[in-house]
Design a protein around this ligand. Structure first.
Ligand SMILES: [Ca+2]
Ligand SMILES: [Ca+2]
Length: 573
């Protein structure tokens, strides 16, 4: 038994090598600080050197320590040792009472910590409120000094941290031309389009043509989240390339993705949209002399699965949203709102789902915000109806409308499921203004519906959640199909596939292994019009820069101020 225990201990210890470190800390307290919030509003709060003070924490100062871990480590087992406290004085107690922050102070300090990455370096961050309520005297005490003890634990190198960065950007050399698009779809770049971009189209070999782009969705906010390291090449079709000459009837076909992203929420079983906060246009880059030595990527054919179908797909999931970015209430941040409910308190919205499936419920979600001193129980409610049916309520909490720094408005969201009455889905949103000063704004509406799998228009995207599952094989039956129809699988935007199908009595049929959700676009005519041409781009090599400590991005109008900040930080080293 002992031997087994020893063996296990060695094994665990060997896998997770860690070391313990201790730092001595003195907290440098000063007199309570007075913060001027506006001309006639002041807040007093307790203060020490490098304290973090926020409204959310009732102005209770928080201790913060960032610890460089010098390698691929994780911080753990953080403890405060030899903590020395002193009772707070009456004046300090008064400040805590005024700010209603006493209830945040408990009989022992709750230490919070996490590991984060900044400039490819790992840091441990420790934070806590340096106060305790003495369990025997009941007095509030503040922390004066302590030893901060923590373990540094080796972490398994994951794919993000282990990532090797490219030494050079593809844009470093070669001739590059930029285009922009705003909608998901199949695009056609004709001889004339390429020529007007500035490409020397008569003298290039079309077999060298490549299109690069990283999809249009917003980059993740977290620095540590996975993302492409450089521009990624997309598979394309170059019609007429085999003769080595780009003739006037030759063209490029590629799948372009807009900046709007739809994600499937499997717990709610619906698709949710994410609007790009910085761009309505997604860009693609074209070259015939890329510095990359790989063979140019071309769209490959994908055979129909020979496995026996388990699911027969005649309907598909579709979704639409309505969201206008019209007002930003505090003139800051990322949240924008649309329709304003004040004098007008009711708005109608129309969604069109061609060939809607009458037997599947439509799922509607409405999100809004309201600014009112009254809560939902006093009528601070938005309600929506779908096709005039029964109302669904969004209940809003009251906000303090007199305090400048209080929460400006409260948000709410509600959903409903109803059977459709036809292809058109009418959504009415009303605000039940509880008093004359109450107002509300619409954030967005999303509608998830099922449509019959019937080709509609020149391009149609489709996917089916119902047939997804381990070991499942779906037989897709797309009707209203003609011989001109092409079906591309666009699940992997970098490696789009041309799906083979059989056509019989106007039904395009193919089988697929559907253990995960796949997405398709069927089209009879690619879009050659909605392409914005930007022309040639300069060569650039972001990967060639030495690592910077700080990057300042600013509008040319603020160049002078930007340089001033840069000089200030450079001076500090
Ligand atoms: Ca040709
Ligand atoms: Ca919004």
């Amino acid at each position: 038994m002992t031997r087994l225990f020893l063996f296990l201990f060695t094994l665990i210890y060997g896998l997770t090598a860690f070391s313990q470190t201790t730092i001595e800390v003195n907290i440098e307290w000063s007199l309570p600080y007075t913060l001027n919030i506006s001309e006639n509003q002041k807040i007093e709060h307790l203060q020490f050197k490098n304290a973090a003070v926020t409204y959310e924490n009732s102005f209770l100062p928080r201790y913060h320590q960032s610890i460089p871990l010098n390698g691929n480590y994780e911080i753990s087992n953080v403890r405060l040792l030899s903590a020395i406290f002193e009772p707070i004085v009456a004046e300090e107690l008064k400040v805590l009472e005024q700010n209603n922050s006493l209830d945040k102070i408990t009989t022992s300090i709750e230490v919070n910590y996490y590991t984060t990455t900044s400039q490819k370096q790992q840091y441990g961050v420790v934070h806590f409120f340096p106060f305790q309520k003495n369990s025997s005297t009941g007095e509030i005490e503040k922390l004066m000094s302590f030893r901060l003890s923590y373990d540094k634990k080796n972490v398994k190198v994951n794919s993000i941290n282990n990532k090797s960065f490219k030494l050079a950007s593809v844009l470093e050399s070669g001739d590059w031309y930029k285009i922009g698009i705003t909608k998901d779809g199949v695009y056609k770049l004709s001889y004339n389009t390429l020529k007007s971009l500035g490409i020397d189209i008569d003298n290039i070999d079309p077999r060298d043509l490549r299109v690069y782009g990283n999809g249009g969705a917003m980059l993740p906010i977290l620095n540590s989240a996975k993302r492409p390291d450089d521009l990624v090449e997309n598979a394309i079709i170059v019609q007429g390339e085999s003769d080595g000459k780009f003739n006037s009837g030759d063209y490029i076909l590629f799948y372009g993705q807009s900046t709007l992203k739809w994600n499937y929420n499997s717990s709610l079983q619906k698709f949710e949209h994410a609007v790009h906060q910085y761009s309505d246009t997604n860009y693609y880059f074209i070259t015939a002399n890329s510095p990359e030595l790989t063979l140019p990527k071309r769209i490959q054919n994908q055979a129909s699965s020979v496995a026996t179908p388990t699911n027969f797909v005649n309907t598909f999931n579709d979704f639409q949203y309505y969201e206008k970015d019209e007002s930003n209430l505090l003139k800051s941040g990322q949240e924008w709102y649309g329709e304003y409910f004040d004098v007008i308190t009711s708005y109608d919205f129309k969604f069109n789902f061609p060939n809607i499936d009458p037997s599947s419920q439509i799922h509607t979600t409405v999100n809004g915000i309201a600014r009112s001193s009254l809560g939902a129980s006093n009528g601070n409610i938005m309600e929506f109806t779908v096709n005039g049916g029964s109302a669904t309520n969004l209940n809003f909490a009251a906000v303090n409308t007199t305090l400048y720094y209080a929460q400006y408005a409260s948000s709410s969201q509600a959903s409903s499921n109803v059977l459709p009455g036809g292809d058109i889905v009418n959504v009415n949103v009303k605000y039940n203004k509880p008093n004359s000063s109450s107002k509300a704004w619409l954030d967005y509406i999303t509608v998830n519906a099922k449509r019959r799998l019937i080709m509609d228009g020149q391009q149609m995207k489709f996917r089916d959640v119902n047939s997804v599952g381990a070991g499942k094989v779906a037989q897709m039956n797309l009707s209203n199909a003609t011989a001109q129809l092409k079906i591309w699988e666009v699940t992997d935007i970098y490696n789009v596939k041309n799906q083979n199908y059989t056509l019989s009595s106007g039904i395009a049929q193919f089988n697929i292994n559907s253990d995960s959700l796949r997405e398709y676009i069927a089209f009879t005519s690619p879009d050659s019009i909605n392409i914005f041409r930007y022309g040639k781009v300069k060569n650039q090599n972001l990967h060639g820069f030495a690592q910077k400590d700080m990057v300042i991005v600013c509008h040319p109008n603020f160049w002078a101020a930007g340089e001033k900040i840069a000089n200030l930080h450079e001076g500090e080293g």
